[in-house]
Design a protein around this ligand. Sequence first.
Ligand SMILES: C[S@@+](CC[C@H](N)C(=O)[O-])C[C@H]1O[C@@H](n2cnc3c(N)ncnc32)[C@H](O)[C@@H]1O
Length: 277
Amino acid sequence: MDTELPSMSSEELALFNELISNHFGIHFPEHKRKILETRLRPRLRANHVRRFIDYYLLLQFDLELELGPLTQAITNNESYFFRETLQFDALDMKCLDDLQKGGEPGRLRFLSAGCSSGEEPYSLNICLRGPLQGMSRDLMIDAFDIDQNHLAKARRAIYQPNSLRALSPSQKRMYFTALEDGSFELRSRFRHNVDFHHGNLLDAETLSGRVYDVVFCRNVLIYFTDEATRKTIDNFVHKVRPGGLLFLGHSESIIGLHSKFQAERVGQCIAYRRVDP
Ligand SMILES: C[S@@+](CC[C@H](N)C(=O)[O-])C[C@H]1O[C@@H](n2cnc3c(N)ncnc32)[C@H](O)[C@@H]1O
């Protein structure tokens, strides 16, 4: 029996990168070839093919059928509650008050784009309750991701301790119910207002027609090609209302990339104001 693990040639890597970046925006540079190999090998086994080129040809033939498992294999879904806390701190009463001036009266709309299993939109929901109290504003949070598996986890709102690693013991008690198996269930009052959807950042039709005061899209573009990043930001021009804010991850920047987003200090971090020159 042939037990040797298949390896991916440079040509195969280039073919996969073309397919993956067209569909998901994600790119695996040469130094991540081994990571891609490891992630795709179970898919070769599941489809009873021995070489990466065979799996590639199978995807060419019927991508739809393999789309779910392929998405799970290639996306990095790492997330946790209150990741990059300074951005949540920046959403204080003054910031929300300023946002309210240009938006829909009595309502604030947030979007978490690339929300993984929900830690980010639920963190927003938790942190905005304080400043919004007494402001008589409705809060609506939409969240979307390309990975259906993680969206299902988001809707269940049950988390392993790792997702709560940035929380103090008292925050854990306040926001979660500890379950017997060691996991934590988000209390129901923190689940209201958050709606999860399936969508792709590259697809202008995802949540089309909806416009937000604030969009969070963090730790997603870091894996994208330049072209996919540009396409995503073009789509955000229609999703963030003029005067609204776009927050990216701390290692992501679109400074100078689009004339309709201008970098600005908000609290102790940088966000991008949607301008309408
Ligand atoms: C590293 S997680 C970041 C989660 C969260 N934003 C955070 O910062 O904690 C990246 C998420 O982006 C999603 N993603 C990757 N490509 C996407 C695309 N083209 N459209 C929508 N979501 C995508 C992945 O499925 C994954 O859940």
